[in-house]
Ligand binder design. Structure first.
Ligand code: A2P
Length: 334
């Protein structure tokens, strides 16, 4: 879609800033750009493609004349302002969880279900970052053989909780190395040199946290089927911006590793990084700043002579494919 007037809502945030970089890198077509954030940032200057922009306060009247708005300011801001945007005739691509499970709102990974985007009624949702990264790695295999059951453990970076959380991780690391008390506000526990269960709230009735439930429900919506059984465990680790995931797949048919490698290598947005000779597999430091999801450590269960139980490891940049890049790709396919 070519936007005459494009708005970024949450332009000062971690994802908003990445959205600007992605728009520039992909030469996304638009005539005018409007940067919106909270009253705290109003008046702040942002230079983009050699032009200085003044950040404006997000209000309900901010959408007049805007064709397309990429939202990344959190679920409550989307709930509050997206209806006003749609009323003004703006198409909204939203990075928050606010509308993801709304049956009227398509939930899109452009490499997987681009055709669903056509059904939008003004709002399209960008899936949860862990869900996107997992499905990018799994979908080429799912298409080949079908998958009965998927067990996933995530190793999630600070960036999923925003710019303040990334800064906090850096400050904590410095404080802890200096023997000082680490500042801890963005997360309930220090993330530097630490690993803890994902900080989203728990559902007392089943013991799963919100992030885990998102991975299950959103995957089913994107795949258009709830036949795949998914068992997730979401964990925060002290990395900055790339999520890693260890995934076990129970295939419906016998698989072949060469065929799987070929399918992964040829899938757009996926890179195979499976160097068993050098023991070199995908890792957050190497994948940070990369558009593609990296997949490796492909192997069968030790006792699996039927080749139906596959183990793999994948890493994707949470701010790019997990958020900003996927949102811009959705705008591109409209
Ligand atoms: P601001 O920088 O003015 O607070 P992150 O996920 O990195 O924390 O970024 C959140 C983004 O959402 C920021 O751009 C932030 O703007 C924006 N935001 C937060 N609260 C509001 C609000 N009440 N109105 C508009 N934008 C908001």
């Amino acid at each position: 879609m070519k936007a005459r007037k494009l708005a970024i809502v949450g332009a000062t945030g971690a994802v908003g800033q990445e959205m600007l970089k992605v728009l520039e890198k992909r030469d996304f077509p638009y005539d005018e750009l409007v940067l919106l954030a909270s009253a705290r940032s109003a008046g702040k200057k942002i230079t983009f493609r050699g032009k200085e922009y003044t950040v404006q306060e997000l209000t309900e009247n901010a959408f007049e004349g805007i064709d397309l708005a990429l939202f990344s300011a959190g679920g409550s801001i989307t709930k509050k302002f997206a209806p006003a945007a749609v009323k003004a005739g703006t198409i909204v691509v939203d990075n928050s969880s606010a509308y993801r499970m709304d049956p009227e709102v398509p939930l899109i990974v452009p490499e997987i279900n681009p055709e669903d985007a056509k059904k939008h009624k003004g709002i399209l949702a960008n899936p949860n970052c862990s869900t996107i990264i997992m499905l990018m790695a799994v979908y080429p295999i799912y298409k080949l053989y079908g998958v009965r059951r998927l067990v996933v453990s995530t190793y999630q970076a600070a960036s999923g909780a925003g710019a303040a959380a990334m800064q906090e991780l850096e400050d904590q690391a410095k404080a802890m190395l200096a023997g000082d008390q680490p500042p801890t506000e963005a997360f309930p526990f220090p993330l530097a040199f630490n690993v803890f269960s994902h900080n989203s709230s728990l559902y007392p009735e089943n013991g799963y946290n919100q992030e885990e439930v998102k991975m299950v429900k959103e995957s089913h919506k994107i795949l258009g089927s709830s036949n795949l059984k998914i068992s997730p465990t979401c964990i925060r680790v002290g990395t900055f911006r790339a999520h890693a995931e260890s995934i076990h797949l129970e295939l419906e048919k016998e698989g072949d590793l060469d065929e799987i490698r070929k399918a992964l290598s040829s899938f757009p947005g996926v890179q195979l990084k499976d160097d068993t000779e050098k023991n070199h597999f995908p890792m957050p430091l190497e994948v940070s700043g990369q558009d593609d999801v990296y997949v490796g450590r492909l192997r069968w269960d030790l006792d699996d002579s039927e080749h139906k139980n596959l183990q793999l490891f994948c890493v994707g940049d949470q701010l790019l494919k997990g958020a900003a890049l996927n949102a811009v790709q959705i705008a591109e396919i409209l």
